[in-house]
Design a protein around this ligand. Structure first.
Ligand SMILES: [Ca+2]
Ligand SMILES: [Ca+2]
Ligand SMILES: [Ca+2]
Length: 469
């Protein structure tokens, strides 16, 4: 009964956010950024938390209404295993150093410990009230679990990963719904949604050493700060504010909010790829993930996923992003970066042959060679125009026309011909080169028909269309 009520609460939270924020504007720039959904994976019922072990390239997804964890193979992006855990698993934290996975079972008041080698539950830690968010410090092997389901809970439990026992309880702000860990500075950031603050825990003493207020307009409601995430390389902290539709940026040196980014729809899930310095924000009240640039704190682009994207897991090694879609039946969307395509280079193009002899009025095939592609993509050539510096007809005995064919194909055919009274004919073959991925270049190559064998042709300014009779 209680389980049903709380499950309804979660669903109402998500739907509520949808109703309130669905009219909010979303910044979407032109898709210059080559990140797209590359796979959609079917997991269990109501996927919420996502955790990634970059070392094993496995992804762990909590199925809130399924009481299971789906284990995804990051190579094939398919489900490897389904692991039964406790009641209503909501969040997951991975210790990539010990290959242990910690799952907060919201309605059981337990944390399941999964061995990442066997993907089986090896321990169940009891007595953690309403475990909501999980943060792991792989350097100290400590696991931080927040309790956040009502107005009175304001605790973070500290688990020693060596013994799987609770070794400390830390009082933070009210409603601690998100935890971000910086293993480098050993600081733990706890987002307290009801006090609109972020508590900073010093992991060496497991005490709160700072309380950062999340600024919000006094005329409006609270920011609704939800999850928090840390880029340990840049020492920057990001907080998603689902009510204000913003993301707060905290400098980890000063522990002060240094920027507020707007333009989201009920943002909830948030994560950062510390290698690319890009931040991924779920528009939980919508259907997309916004990608932010960590240098400029600007909204780069958004990728459409399913309804109610809830959490984001990132494997920085593969640069793959896993988004749980709590309101789309059991789906995880994989966003991956396609290698940036470079256009071919037409400057190095040459004709083969580059000179025709004898001038016997026969049509000769000319190949375009030497076009290169920085990505080594196969090149396709299309002849677009052929011009010459002599009229195509009326040049005396034997003159035939037209003097070129092959437009629209990859091979030009030119007449081996020149005016007996002239200084040699020069053909100009215009072409485009494509790499099959949208990259193109335009180029031109020359083919000469000299007046006399062994000489070169003089290219004069008069230009005639060789394909006209
Ligand atoms: Ca290319
Ligand atoms: Ca001719
Ligand atoms: Ca000429």
């Amino acid at each position: 009964m209680q389980k049903q009520i709380l499950r309804r609460e979660l669903t109402i939270f998500l739907l509520f956010a949808c109703l309130i924020f669905s009219t909010a504007g979303l910044i979407t720039l032109a898709p210059s950024y080559a990140q797209t959904v590359s796979s959609i994976i079917t997991v269990g019922d109501t996927p919420t938390g996502v955790g990634v072990n970059p070392n094993t390239n496995k992804v762990y997804v909590t199925n809130f209404n399924g009481d299971t964890i789906s284990v995804i193979d990051g190579v094939t992006d398919t489900v490897l295993n389904t692991v039964n855990v406790g009641d209503s698993p909501i969040d997951v934290g991975v210790n990539s150093a010990t290959n242990k996975v910690f799952v907060g079972n919201l309605l059981d008041n337990t944390v399941s410990v999964i061995d990442g080698n066997s993907d089986s539950v090896v321990d169940t830690i009891k007595g953690i009230f309403r475990p909501t968010a999980i943060g792991v410090n792989p350097s100290t092997n400590k696991i931080y679990v927040s309790s956040a389901w009502n107005l009175t809970t304001r605790e973070v439990s500290v688990i020693d990963g060596a013994t799987n026992s609770v070794v400390n309880t830390i009082t933070v702000g009210i409603g601690p719904v998100g935890i971000g860990v910086n293993p480098t500075t050993n600081k733990i950031y706890v987002s307290n949604t009801l006090s609109a603050t972020v508590s900073v825990i010093d992991g060496s003493i497991d005490k709160v050493v700072n309380e950062i207020p999340i600024p919000f307009p006094s005329t409006q409601g609270q920011p609704g700060n939800d999850p928090v995430v840390v880029n340990p390389i840049k020492n920057m902290v990001y907080v998603a504010n689902s009510i204000q539709n913003t993301v707060s940026v905290i400098d980890g040196v000063t522990d002060k909010v240094v920027a507020t980014i707007s333009g989201f729809q009920g943002p909830r899930g948030i994560n950062v790829n510390s290698l690319t310095n890009k931040i991924y924000v779920d528009n939980t009240a919508g259907t997309s993930v916004s990608i932010l640039d960590g240098v400029t704190n600007s909204n780069l682009f958004s990728v459409t996923v399913g309804n109610g994207p809830f959490d984001v897991g990132i494997n920085p090694k593969t640069n793959k992003v896993y988004v749980s879609s709590a309101l789309t039946n059991g789906r995880v969307f994989v966003i991956s970066e396609q290698k940036n395509n470079h256009p071919p280079n037409c400057v190095t193009a040459k004709s083969n042959p580059s000179s025709l002899w004898p001038p016997n009025h026969m049509m000769m095939n000319i190949l375009i060679q030497g076009v290169t592609d920085p990505d080594n993509d196969p090149i396709s050539i299309t002849i677009t125009a052929v011009k010459q510096d002599e009229p195509t007809s009326g040049l005396g005995s034997g003159d035939k026309s037209p003097d070129a064919s092959g437009l629209g194909t990859n091979t030009a055919s030119l007449r081996s011909e020149r005016a007996g009274t002239g200084d040699g004919r020069m053909y100009h073959i215009g072409f485009t080169a494509g790499d099959g991925k949208g990259g193109m270049c335009n180029g031109e190559v020359l083919v000469s028909v000299p007046h006399s064998q062994g000489q070169s042709a003089i290219d004069s300014s008069s230009i005639y269309d060789s394909s006209i009779k």
